[in-house]
Design a protein around this ligand. Structure first.
Ligand code: FAD
Ligand code: NAD
Length: 472
């Protein structure tokens, strides 16, 4: 029986990073993964690289180029005629990026001497992992000193509709359309619904988004959510709040969707329907019951702050444990667990994990919202700065949005930074560093920011906490 210091189950950003860090620290490492790529071959990288972060961002970029050339070039004095859309080429470009990255991870595995076991992994008593090969054949059982479970998550579905990946699709199917649907329905105005809804809307689809909750983007700061809703509606996303989908049927014409809102029952027909109602932890087939691995009532593997499960030397990281389902959160947990196995005292600060929603403009934040702070009865003050007052935003014609910095009323420690605007995904990094070092709004206000940059908006919002903004 082959023996390893560390056996990781799951090759997404949580698992493959944990494997690389374990190997870097001198531990013999194997990783079990069952993902089969679009080409029918085993692929590392999990949801993120194969059907999540990377392919969705590839399409977001392509659709933004198309939208820009058609709608934004003219005011710059650039005339573009005969612009045509070639969706299959767009999809091919996306697939090429995915292949480059997934092969890149396989290359990193080779370089770090990590054994890639292609198949389904399940736990066995006595720190063993059984690997049922993807291409059939007899299962191999390997012995582990430490096991890291990183089996990720899968899309949630709704009871009265079935995903056929043709007309009713989940996020994976929505990355594979070969032509632009004329009418696209999206269930769920969450991260996936808004990102993928934006892609197909920019490419020309009429997009209707149905969201069960009355509040738009409840996890973001209220001021940001309000601006974003206004902007997305202006862009053409037909967003209905308080609209709970009951049923969807594939018919000859497309998909008939039944939903209810405060005004009663409604029905409409679309060509395709994207179901984006959240994701759930994936623990199926792990054999958790036999080994007594504790899974909580929401389906997550129960772990402590160091990702230790109830079984000594078995850890769980990434989407399969509580916390935001974000690639970078899983990767950092992977690094932490590998380092703790190697005897280091590493920890992850879950309070400073940034969020980004890759709409255009982007939404990004770190820390707490005003609503959450009010609930805690914590006294705070905030400064905001609108993008329309930024010279760089004007030069770029990207004047939608704002930056908000929230700080403790007494200590001035930054408690949250919220951005809606172009390049928000990059701007938020400064706020993460500041919060990680317990910076005050004054600290951020004292730092010199290059002119003219979008980052000046962050600076101005920090100045605004003490009513000292200069350009508003
Ligand atoms: P996963 O990436 O889900 O990987 C788990 C792996 O384990 C898979 O390969 C699976 O096949 C394998 N596996 C499961 N069970 C077994 C088993 N028993 N044996 C063997 N193998 C097994 N996050 C961001 O931070 N930024 C983004 O921009 C972003 N965009 C996204 C866009 C979309 C459309 C989607 C769907 C998700 C997006 N996410 C994004 C979320 C991100 O993809 C996840 O948070 C991340 O992939 C979780 O990583 P993970 O390693 O925990 O699990
Ligand atoms: P989500 O939780 O962000 O949004 C799902 C939405 O569907 C919710 O607003 C919910 O109220 C709504 N909903 C549920 N049932 C409904 C019904 N019957 N009718 C109408 N609406 C309904 O989930 P998601 O968008 O599917 O994304 C899943 C997760 O993937 C995210 O939470 C995030 O962690 C991750 N992700 C991250 C990124 C990123 O970091 N940019 C991108 C995509 C996905």
């Amino acid at each position: 029986m082959r023996e390893f210091d560390v056996v990781v189950i799951g090759g997404g950003p949580a698992g493959y990073v944990a494997a690389i860090r374990s190997a870097q620290l001198g531990m013999s490492t194997a990783l079990v993964d069952e993902y089969i790529g679009k080409d029918g071959k085993p692929a590392l990288g999990g949801t993120c690289l194969n059907a999540g972060c990377i392919p969705s961002k590839a399409l977001l970029d392509s659709s933004e180029h198309y939208h820009r050339v058609r709608n934004k070039f003219a005011s710059h004095g650039i005339k573009a005629q005969g612009v045509e859309l070639d969706v299959p080429t767009m999809i091919k470009r996306k697939d090429k990026i995915v292949a480059t990255l997934t092969k890149g991870v396989a290359g990193l595995f080779k370089k770090n001497n990590i054994t890639w076991l292609q198949g389904h992994g399940s736990l066995q008593l006595g720190m063993k992992v059984s690997v049922a090969p993807t291409n059939g054949g007899e299962a191999e059982v390997v012995q582990a000193k430490h096991i890291i479970i990183a089996t990720g998550s899968v899309p949630r579905t709704l009871p009265n509709l079935s995903i056929d990946q043709e007309k009713i699709v989940d996020s994976t199917g929505a990355l594979e359309f070969t032509e632009v649907p004329k009418r696209l329905g999206v269930i769920g105005a969450g991260v996936i619904g808004l990102e993928l809804g934006s892609v197909w809307s920019r490419l020309g689809a009429e997009v209707v988004v149905l969201e069960a909750m009355d509040e738009f983007l409840a996890m973001t700061d209220e001021a940001i959510a309000k601006e974003a809703l206004k902007e997305f509606k202006r862009q053409g996303l037909d967003i209905h709040l308080g609209a709970r989908v009951k049923n969807a049927d594939v018919t000859g014409e497309g998909v008939t969707v039944d939903y209810e809102d405060a005004d009663g029952a409604h029905q409409f027909t679309v060509d395709k329907l994207v179901v984006a109602v959240g994701r759930k932890p994936h623990t199926e087939g792990l054999n958790s019951t036999e080994v007594d691995l504790y899974i909580d009532e929401s389906g997550y593997i129960h772990v402590d702050e160091y990702c230790c499960t109830n079984i000594p030397d078995i850890y769980a990281i990434g989407d399969v444990v509580q916390g935001p389902m974000l690639a970078h959160k899983g990767s950092e947990e992977g690094v932490m667990v590998a380092e703790r196995i190697a005897g280091k005292k590493t920890r992850v600060n879950h309070d400073t994990i940034p969020w980004v929603i890759y709409t255009w403009p982007e939404i990004a934040w770190v820390g707490k919202t005003e609503k959450a702070l009010k609930k805690e009865a914590r006294e705070f003050q905030s400064g905001t700065f609108p993008m329309r007052a930024s010279g760089r935003a004007l030069a770029m014609e990207e004047t939608v949005g704002l930056v908000k910095v929230i700080a403790d009323a007494k200590t001035d420690e930054i408690l949250g930074v919220h951005i809606f605007g172009a390049a928000a995904s990059e701007l938020i990094a400064e706020a993460v560093v500041a919060m990680e070092y317990n910076a005050s709004a004054e600290d951020l206000a004292c730092i010199v920011h290059a002119h003219p940059t979008m980052s000046e908006a962050v600076h101005e919002a920090a100045l605004g906490v003490h009513k000292r903004s200069l350009h508003i």
